[in-house]
Design a protein around this ligand. Sequence first.
Ligand code: ZN
Ligand code: FE
Length: 261
Amino acid sequence: MPNPSQNALELSMFSCLSDNYGYLIHDPVSGETVAIDTPDANTILKEAEKRDWRLTQIWNTHWHPDHAGGNEAIKTATGCHISGPQEVASKLEAPVDNVLSGGEVFKLGSHDVHVLATPGHTLGHIVYHIPDQNIAFVGDTLFALGCGRMFEGQPDIFWKSLQKLRDMPDDTKIYCAHEYTQANLAFALSVDPDNPDLQAYGETINDKRGRGEPTIPATLGTEKRANPFLRADITDMQSRMTGGMDAVATFAELRKRKDNF
Ligand code: ZN
Ligand code: FE
C-alpha cells in the first residue's frame, strides 16, 4: 500500500472570471491532471501548460456556465475525459462523457474519489471528496460562511445536502468555487452576532482579504462552528430565526434573509 503522504496530489488554485476559483489537481504517480469545473478555458489551459501538466480530465460540479462553460474548448484542445452530472449535457448542452449522480466511488491514480449528491443550488449538483487527501471540491453548494443560492432546490433537500457535507471529517479542506467570504461574513454576523468562533474567524478573513489573499480553502470544523447555514439545527439559531421552528424552516429563513441582505 502506498503511503498517502508520499503520494500526495498537487493542487493549483487560481482566479477565473470575476470571483470564481479554478482548480487543477495533479497526480504525479499516474500523470493524470483534473480541472475541477471549467469557468474559463483559456486560463485553465494556460495554468496546466505553465505547470507542465497534461490535462486529462474535467470533473464538473453542476451545469452553470461559470462551472461547465469551458468544457467544449478544453475537450477540443486536450481530448480530456469529462465527468459530471447529466444536467451539464441537458441544460447547458456541454459535453459530458461519464454521467455521475452521487454515490459513486472512482479512482484518481491510487486515490478514492467519493461523489456526493448535493442538490439545492441546482438539482444535479455533486461534490467530489478525496478522503485520503482531506479535500473536497464543493462547487456552489457550500461557501466559506455561506451556501449557494437555492435556484432549483427546496429547503428540505438543500438542508439534507449540507448535512451530508457536514458529516465529512472536521479537518476536510473545503474548496468552494467563489470568493464570497467577506460578504458572507457580514451576513453571518448579522444573524449570529454573539458567536465567538464566528468573530475570531471573521478577523482571520479580514486580515487575509486585507493582504489580497484567498480565504479558500476553508476547514470544515471551523465552518461547522461559524457558518450559519450549517447551524440551522442549533437551538439558539432556530429561536432567533423562526421563534423555535425546525432545522428546515430555519435554513429556509436564513436563505431568504441572505437573498435580501
Ligand atoms: Zn452555480
Ligand atoms: Fe458559480
